[in-house]
Ligand binder design. Structure first.
Ligand code: NAP
Length: 417
């Protein structure tokens, strides 16, 4: 009821705004799903810019379908290759490459909406610049917020940008909160006034929830990437298997919703049907349920404050075999504890945590590190990272410095494994 009153009172519901979109990371799992939603609504959404790193053939196909003004790739060689492909198809899209061009793609005046779906720290600069430029940010790239927390939220608040969470858990919480609007970036602590007691982040537990602990050190990257419920990119799949993903989401929830760590609880929910919940002081718990399909939160973010058909199969309650919840086994998932500690320590610790984890996951995917050593490498890096231990996250420069320092330390420690 509150939702309906709130939405009906929003003037933006009646004024149709064409969403002119930049998709950062259009060739990834979130990027492709975004285009799957956009494709269904040519009168609502128009693709203006796309970015990818190395998947040139897929990007060329996307150009042929959506005719963006500009696309960005990772290197000069990739740009040359793409230009040839586009010339053959007689497509007149401009091609640029490199980090500065990512910022250009995300801040063009013709764009009002940016899907931030680059994986990892590489997404930080274009996303934060888009926030400063006042765009609607659809945030999938949680690492950008984890790295730069307060600075990112300040950029949103100062520019008046809209920030809509795309991570399914945060999107669920957003929908369950009394005022579904984090865009003022200043909701810090305010939810207690509305009787919010805590948020409950659900986690599937990933592919290794029940495997014998003695087998964990032998698991392969393909096993780690075979998520039981979600189809995702390889980095987030490994993060889900270690539950560092939930740790990053804990930090993400802290910044998005202004909640202290003690007001964010993580619950294992193996079916991935309840995407997250909000508990109120009167005993009510409001949950958002749905299929494990990222098109739902993507469509929510693209169309907000309206709702559109996301092209997702309806949830059939009769075929559900039950919904269960479990406590997290801290011994099995040490990464979650590391993330919790980094959040409580504050400052540049979340930046260092993210950097160390990116190095560790890459090393695991490349066969240089055992699965169980991902947490060990992260912990050792945090213990040695001077800047992260002492520094305050006062500027983007410091954040980038802490990111670099932690990566260098992690690479050095990696040699000892
Ligand atoms: N997948 C999900 O269901 C899901 C759910 C919630 C949140 N997220 C978050 O969304 C983000 C994207 O996840 P994903 O699963 O879509 O990842 P993904 O499938 O690996 O796609 C990553 C995208 O980023 C591009 N990219 C990779 N490295 C880059 C670099 N150095 N510079 C610029 N672009 C780069 C890739 O380009 P190429 O393909 O050309 O290499 C690709 O377009 C992550 O932060 C993840 O945590 C994902």
């Amino acid at each position: 009821m509150t939702q309906l009153i709130k939405i009906n009172s929003d003037a933006r519901l009646d004024s149709h705004v064409m969403r002119n979109i930049c998709v950062l990371g259009s060739t990834g799992s979130i990027g492709v799903n975004t285009l799957n939603v956009v494709r269904q609504y040519p009168n609502l959404f128009s693709i203006k810019t796309l970015t990818a790193h190395s998947q040139i053939n897929l990007l060329a196909e996307q150009c042929a379908e959506f005719h963006p003004e500009l696309v960005v790739v990772g290197s000069a060689a990739a740009a040359q290759e793409l230009e040839k492909l586009l010339l053959n198809k007689r497509i007149k899209t401009q091609v640029l490459y490199g980090p500065a061009a990512l910022v250009t793609a995300a801040t063009l005046p013709s764009i009002n909406t940016v899907m931030a779906a680059i994986v990892g720290a590489a997404g930080l600069l274009p996303t934060i610049e888009a926030a400063k430029a006042g765009k609607r940010i659809l945030l999938a790239n949680k690492e950008a917020l984890v790295m730069s927390g307060d600075i990112f939220m300040k950029a949103i608040a100062t520019s008046g940008a809209e920030l809509l969470p795309i991570d399914s858990e945060h999107n669920a919480i957003y929908q369950c909160l009394p005022d579904a609007n984090t865009s003022n970036g200043g909701a810090r602590g305010a939810y207690s006034q509305f009787g919010v007691k805590e948020v409950l982040l659900t986690a599937s537990g990933g592919p290794f929830r029940t495997i014998a602990l003695s087998d964990l050190s032998h698991v392969t990257s393909d096993q780690a990437c075979a998520h039981p419920n979600w189809v995702m990119g390889r980095k987030i799949s490994v993060d889900s298997a270690t539950m560092m993903n939930k740790g990053l989401e804990l930090i993400e929830a802290h910044y998005l919703f202004g909640l202290a760590a003690k007001h964010i609880q993580v619950l294992i929910h193996p079916q991935s049907v309840v995407h997250s919940m909000v508990r109120y002081v009167d005993g009510s718990v409001i949950a958002q349920l749905g299929q494990p399909d990222m098109k739902t939160p993507i469509a929510y973010g693209l169309a907000w404050p309206r709702r559109i058909d996301a092209g997702v199969k309806e949830l059939d309650f009769m075929s559900l075999k039950g919904l269960s919840f479990e406590e997290v086994d801290a011994g099995r998932f040490p990464c979650l504890g590391l993330a919790y500690d980094a959040l409580v320590a504050g400052g540049l610790m979340p930046t260092a945590l993210n950097a160390a984890n990116e190095v560790a996951v890459q090393a695991f995917l490349e066969g240089q590190l055992k699965f169980t050593d991902i947490a060990n490498l992260v912990e050792k890096t945090l213990n040695r990272s001077q800047l992260a231990q002492l520094g305050r996250a006062d500027s983007l420069e410091l954040v980038l410095q802490a990111d670099l320092e932690s990566r260098q330390i992690a690479q050095l420690i990696l040699k000892d494994f």
